[in-house]
Design a protein around this ligand. Structure first.
Ligand SMILES: *Cc1c(COP(=O)(O)O)cnc(C)c1O
Length: 467
């Protein structure tokens, strides 16, 4: 058979576009004629291109309408899925970092639903300032005079450097020229902000005299970056904020500190790895402190710039601020998250990030043990499941070597291929489950599993996926 004859034959097995459209009234009512027509054309092309074994017989009118309807329904589905994060990384950047507390979600829905006084002063009827919705709260919590908000901490650093150090020199310790996840590198952001990076000291040791030697009439600020995601051990030295702030003052230039995670509480007291506290940088004399909203702070994605009022005013006037400002939903969520910090008891109950980090191992262990028989029951018998100790991490740039003891479901398989199959099957569930592979086993860290039935009721679908 020549190609032409084959195509001719196969085309005759399909109803024509016109004929299908004449019988697709309900679809056209719902999706409109042009979308149904486009979808139908694409489906016919797809079916015609199938290998002869898959498409060798007639496709009825009803069948093709069903296929088109299914396609249209699928294309209307959100690409976002709710994921069950059993990776053990509490703040997982690829999974959207912090989950918001209930009050913040309600506030987002409220401001998203109708006009609101985002930048409108209800007393005077004049223009307001969007920062006012959160500024007082940030000042209260961190002890600064003023604050402003941008889209993330990378943007915060860009805006601060561009405002205070454009065309000028900024000395930074070589030990702090770090890369923080993805494409964010301190030297790159410094260059883009228009300032001139002056590398000082060495990777492992930088002294006060290195800063002293670097300062000249072209120096705009001193910058200290919290090197959150790695640690240099052994023969090391760095200059503390309190010493740097004295030097900055002597030279009449501001000290800018990027603390990264936006931690507000003493993690030691919660038995967690120590993270720098924003207010400590302020009492140590930083003139500007920047941090993320969606790391340990536990809020929406944003970057907070806090510090001296005169400097914050200059930063607000930078035209780039307009390009970097967050929308009303972010402000609404951030305000509610910050309010939780006024009451530590409420914070530990209501803020998911802190709640996950604070869970006791005993509680996690009990939950893991409860789930072992449920998972075992649905897995083919070339898998074996147990509960055992594992390690969680804070994630999002916090020290990866600092482990938080946790408990997990540990699954082993007869071989690697079978293990990968299981990993894939978990991702295909209605609520995809993300675990992690370690030493040839799949670990499902139970620390962040709050909706247990959402997880367990879908497990039965695994057996089909693993056939
Ligand atoms: C995470 C981090 C950043 C980047 O913050 P984003 O909010 O992700 O843009 C910058 N500096 C430090 C020290 C960080 O830890």
């Amino acid at each position: 058979m020549t190609i032409k004859e084959k195509d001719f034959d196969r085309r005759r097995l399909l109803p024509s576009v016109d004929k299908v459209l004449r019988h697709s009234g309900l679809l056209i009512d719902k999706w409109g004629r042009s979308r149904v027509t486009d979808c139908l054309r694409n489906e016919l092309i797809r079916i015609r291109a199938l290998p002869i074994d898959d498409f060798g017989q007639e496709v009825t009118l009803d069948e093709i309408i069903k296929i088109v309807e299914h396609r249209l329904l699928m294309s209307d589905e959100s690409s976002f899925r709710r994921i069950i994060n059993l990776s053990g990384i509490v703040l997982h950047t690829n999974l959207g970092r912090a989950s918001l507390p209930k009050k913040a979600i309600e506030a987002v829905v409220s401001v998203a639903s109708c006009p609101t006084n985002l930048e409108y002063d209800l007393k005077s009827g004049g223009r307001g300032e969007r920062d006012h919705h959160v500024e007082q709260l940030i000042c209260e919590l961190t002890g600064v005079e003023a604050a402003t908000v941008v889209n993330n901490n990378a943007a915060a650093l860009l805006l601060v450097l561009n405002t205070l150090a454009d065309q000028k020199e900024v000395p930074v310790s070589r030990g702090e020229l770090v890369e923080i996840g993805g494409a964010f590198r301190i030297p790159d952001i410094m260059i883009r902000s228009g300032c001139q990076l002056v590398e000082i000291g060495t990777t492992n040791r930088t002294h006060l005299r290195d800063y002293e030697c670097a300062i000249n009439h072209r120096t705009a600020i001193l910058l200290k970056v919290h090197t959150c995601n790695f640690r240099v051990e052994g023969f090391t030295a760095a200059v503390e904020e309190n010493k740097l702030s004295v030097l900055a003052k002597q030279n009449g230039i501001p000290l800018v500190v990027d603390v990264g995670s936006g931690n507000m509480i003493d993690m030691d007291k919660l038995g967690l790895p120590r993270e720098p506290i924003v207010s400590k940088a302020v009492t140590d004399g930083a003139d500007i402190v920047t941090f993320s909203g969606d790391k340990l702070l536990g809020g929406p994605q944003c970057g907070i710039i806090s510090g001296r009022r005169d400097l914050i005013n200059r930063i607000r006037k930078n035209p780039l601020k307009r390009a970097l400002r967050p929308d009303k939903m972010i402000y609404a969520a951030l305000a509610e998250v910050l309010k939780l910090y006024r009451n530590p008891c409420e914070l530990e109950k209501e803020l998911p990030t802190i709640r996950f980090l604070k869970r006791s191992v005993v509680e996690i262990e009990a939950q893991a043990k409860r789930l072992v028989p449920q998972l075992s029951a649905v897995l083919p018998n070339d898998y074996s499941v147990s509960a055992d100790i594992c390690n969680s991490q804070i994630g999002s740039g916090a020290l990866p070597v600092e482990n938080i003891p946790s408990y997990g479901l540990i699954v082993s398989a007869v071989n690697d291929a079978r293990l990968i199959q299981l990993l894939n099957a978990f991702r295909k569930l209605p609520y995809p489950v993300v675990g992690r592979l370690s030493k040839g086993k799949l670990i499902l860290d139970i620390r962040c599993l709050e909706l247990e039935t959402q997880f367990s009721t879908q497990l039965s679908e695994l057996s089909d996926l693993l056939k």
